[in-house]
Design a protein around this ligand. Sequence first.
Ligand code: SF4
Length: 288
Amino acid sequence: MSTAGATMVMTVTDYKSSAKPIWCPGCGDFGVLNGIYRAMTSLQLDPDQTVIVSGIGCSSRLPYFIKSYGFHSVHGRALPVATGVKLANPELTVVVVGGDGDGFSIGGGHIPHTAAENVDLTYIVMDNAIYGLTKGQPSPTSPLNFVTNASPYGLQKDPLNPVAMAITYGTSFVASGYSAQAKELGELILRGMKHRGFSLINVQSPCPTFNHDITYDTVGERVKPVPPEHDPTDRIAALRLAFDSQHVYTGVLYTNDRPTFEDKVRALNERASARPAPTIDAYFERYV
Ligand code: SF4
C-alpha cells in the first residue's frame, strides 16, 4: 500500500496473499489471476468488502492467492454459494471463479437461474477445454474427436459454446477474453465488476500440461477483438459473433440493463413489511 498525501492507494502487491500459486508453469490461470489483481487495483476494492468464491478444479484454487475473503466451495456449486453471500450482504463485491468443467458441466444448471435472477456477481470462467486437476478428461468445451485417456478413440460429442449459451440465457453482461492478453483481460474484468447484474466472462486459459490441442498457438490464431462497430445491446448480432466458428471474439459481446436480484428482493421486502402481519386467529380462520 502506498500513500499519496493522506490517501492510501492500493497497489497490485497489496492484493496478493502470502500463498503462492501452485499451477503448472505456463498455465493460463496465471493470466486470469493477474487480470483480477489489475481490476481490483483499478477499482481500489477494499479487501474486507470483497469475496472470491470458487468451485473445485485447478482454477478454483484462485481465492487462496488473493488478499480478500474467499470460499473454496463444492464442485459446481460456486454460483449458489455466491448468490447466498450477495443476498446476505449486498454491499459486498462478489466474484466467482472456476473452470469450464466445474461451471458448465457439474454446475451448468445454475447458470440459467443466476442469469434470469440477474444476481450482481462477476463470474470468471477459466476455459481450458479439459479437466486438469483430475489429469485430463474431456470437458463440456472439448472439441469433437478430442483424444484423451478417457476418450482414446476421440470424443463423440460436439463442444458447448458457453458465450452463445450465456447470451441465450439473457445474462446481463457477456464477455470473452484470453489469458495471454493481460491488459485487455484486466480491463474486461474491470468492466464486468463495474456492471450491476450477472456478468459472465469466459476466458481462454490454456492448460499446457494436459491439453495439447488447444494451445497458446491455436488460441492465438483464433482470437480477434470484437469489431468496434458491434452494438452489445443487439442480442442477435452478439450471437452471430459467438457462433463464428473461425474466431473467438474478445471483448464485450452482449449487455442488457435491468434490475438486479438484490434490487427485486429489497423491493419485495419493503412490500412485505408494509403489509400488516396477520394475527394467529386470522390465520386459522382461513381453514374454518
Ligand atoms: Fe493449469 Fe493444466 Fe496444470 Fe491444472 S493441470 S494447473 S489447468 S496447466
